[in-house]
Design a protein around this ligand. Sequence first.
Ligand code: TYD
Ligand code: MG
Length: 453
Amino acid sequence: MPTRTIAVCQSCGAQSPRWVGRCTTCGEWGSVVEEPVERGAPVASVAAPTATLAEHDPSDADRVPTGLPEVDLVLGGGLVRGSVVLLAGEPGIGKSTIALQVALRVGHDCGVLLVCGEEAPQQIRARAERLGPIPSGVRTLADPSLPGVLAAVASGEAAIVVVDSIQTVFDPELPSAPGSVTQVRECGARLARAARENGVTVILVGHVTKEGTVAGPRVLEHLVDVVVSFDGDRSGTVRMLRPLKNRFGPTDEVGFFEMATEGLVPIRDASAFLLADRCPGLPGSALAALVEGRRPFVSEIQALVQPSGVSVPRRNALGTDAARLSVLAAVLDRRAGVKLADHEVFVSAPGGLQASEPAADLAIALALMSAYRDVPVPEGLVAFGEVGLAGEIRRVVASDRRLAEAQTVGCTHALVPAGLEADVDGIELVRVRHVAEVLDVLEPSTAVRVLRS
Ligand code: TYD
Ligand code: MG
């Protein structure tokens, strides 16, 4: 009898009875593969015991601090016993490094098992030597087959099991290849159940690929307790750890790290890190007060404006939102008389943290005007606010936190939306209603007034 098969999208996990060239659920081309299905014998129904909601103790969430304050912040206070954490990110971003750093810290206090699916234990040992002392509580398991991993979880030897990566774990009873949606989903579900039953914390490392050809962590999101994404520009050194889902804590915290030779080093003062190489007093440079999650930081925004001979001049955004830059350039041209339609426009937020939130608009506008006029922005001035299509300056969230952070880096004045009601000691507000008013800040006479007011 031929094996019955089912078509499964490797990108989103949607199933259909027949193979199709394009997934009808997520629209991905060429992502559907046929996988065999095996049906087990029917199981007789058995009444399972139930409990009242009130009898459960909410303080049961027993946490193990990781020893890395930035990671604990993102997790909401540490790893919860019996929970499953999915650490997702692109290949090469640093997932194995941060998982190993956590293992090396917690290995001093409790047993940690590293399931080595991607790298050999010798390779991991070599990497660990650069990251810190190797505690005796850290053990390795070289074989990532599911029965072995489940047995290790059940043995109670380790309080924390790191599976690097879930795409390499396979159930030999399933006919599909490791990394396929069926394998990832089944192994993820069995590991999650084992974690809960044994009170062991399981960290699943999961690769996210842009192409979506490998079964992505998306099929796991619903069965884990915490999803943290690790991202950043791979060509740079800055990395961000953020919770996308957290059953035990907030999802608006963010941890900033720098990838150094001794592993991932937390960036405690993001503004100082971003502004370290700044040359003050140059045209085309402005300061933006931004937030990432709950964390405020001040970033430099640089702009370069060049006359262009082509009918559709370039708009190039590095570290800022490309679509917003095109709109902003058109708004400045139309509403503020800054003739950018025949200029090439380049904008960059150097340092590696994204300045893509709408609140960066006002600082980008200021940097563009400063570059266009070839006049520097007055020193000590920071800006934040969204620019609307009519050129109006709109309020944004977390103004107080932005102003307080700007003050800590030595800003004395803040260019803000006219409607903003805020009062922060030591920082003077320069209110603007419309983007055309921003030009006044660059007038030498006004600039003097702005800074003396
Ligand atoms: P890795 O953790 O292996 O990424 P992932 O598990 O997400 O695929 O780390 C990737 C890169 O980090 C690797 O190219 C080398 C670099 N790296 C450092 O710069 N410093 C270090 O201390 C370590 C361990 C890695
Ligand atoms: Mg890795």
